[in-house]
Design a protein around this ligand. Structure first.
Ligand code: SF4
Ligand code: SF4
Length: 249
């Protein structure tokens, strides 16, 4: 018995007490663009980017498309690109996800007084994987594990849309999932919100040009929160949603 207790003690605790202050070592997060000139006629980063997240003159990275593969950093002969381990990548505006040398920061999440009043103490979310690879879905599951314990803020994933206050959308929205997504959305009672999780949900990601997609849902419904990543890190999800709801923690 004492031996078992000693082993358990040696394992320490995995619980992250300060989720807002947590900085994961080795995480590839917000891109940093140096304010230096590109090599003449260079298009190395543009050519290597798998998700068409880069535009040139001036260089800009759209985090709504970027899959954070990191390939552009070594490809750049001028050392203009690097990545910080900043997990705070969320924005309430789609356009707010674009970074340049002059505009180094993603638009901060705008706290919603209305959402704070309605959902600040309890928010139940239904997840819809609309053709996702299961990467974002696994990270969404992780938000509820013993490390992150998002439930401490009254935020949980629920099984039925009838019990939900909102929908977490993952995946690029394949045509085969478009109707199921509409049905799930219609089944959630008002007031309700959508959170777009991952590059696929935000822009289609690497599948954006596929004719197997039907993204008409996003023409009808504007997400309240955009959470970049491929997949989105649990801390990106948690910090974004706490900011949106104005929850201190
Ligand atoms: S890190 Fe983002 S911007 Fe750079 S190549 Fe990968 S997807 Fe493109
Ligand atoms: S954003 Fe990346 S991880 Fe998330 S569903 Fe798409 S491919 Fe998978």
């Amino acid at each position: 018995m004492l031996k078992t207790i000693a082993v358990r003690r040696s394992q320490g605790t995995q619980y992250i007490a300060d989720l807002r202050g947590a900085v994961p070592a080795g995480f590839r997060g917000k891109p940093l663009i140096a304010d230096t000139a590109c090599a003449d006629s260079c298009q190395a980063c543009l050519s290597i980017c798998p998700s068409h997240a880069i535009e040139l003159a001036p260089l800009r990275i759209d985090l709504g498309r970027c899959v954070l593969c990191g390939d552009c950093e070594p490809a750049c002969p001028s050392g203009k690109l690097s990545f910080s381990n900043d997990v705070k990548l969320a924005s309430t505006r789609r356009e707010g996800l674009v970074v340049t040398a002059a505009r180094a920061h993603i638009d901060p999440v705008q706290v919603s007084a209305a959402l704070h009043q309605r959902f600040g103490r309890s928010l139940k979310l239904r997840s819809v994987s609309a053709g996702g690879c299961n990467g974002c879905e696994m990270e969404l599951n992780a938000t509820g594990n013993v490390n992150f314990d998002l439930g401490r803020y009254g935020i949980d994933i629920v099984a039925s849309p009838r019990h939900a206050d909102g929908l977490v959308l993952t995946g690029p929205i394949t045509r085969n999932m478009a109707q199921a997504l509409d049905i799930c959305w219609d089944a959630i009672p008002e007031p309700k919100l959508v959170i777009a999780m991952g590059a696929c949900a935000i822009s289609g990601g690497v599948f954006a040009d596929s004719d197997a997609l039907d993204r008409s849902f996003l023409e009808k419904v504007t997400p309240s929160l955009y959470l970049p990543g491929c997949p989105t890190h649990p801390l990106t999800f948690i910090s974004g949603i706490l900011d949106l709801l104005g929850i201190a923690g």
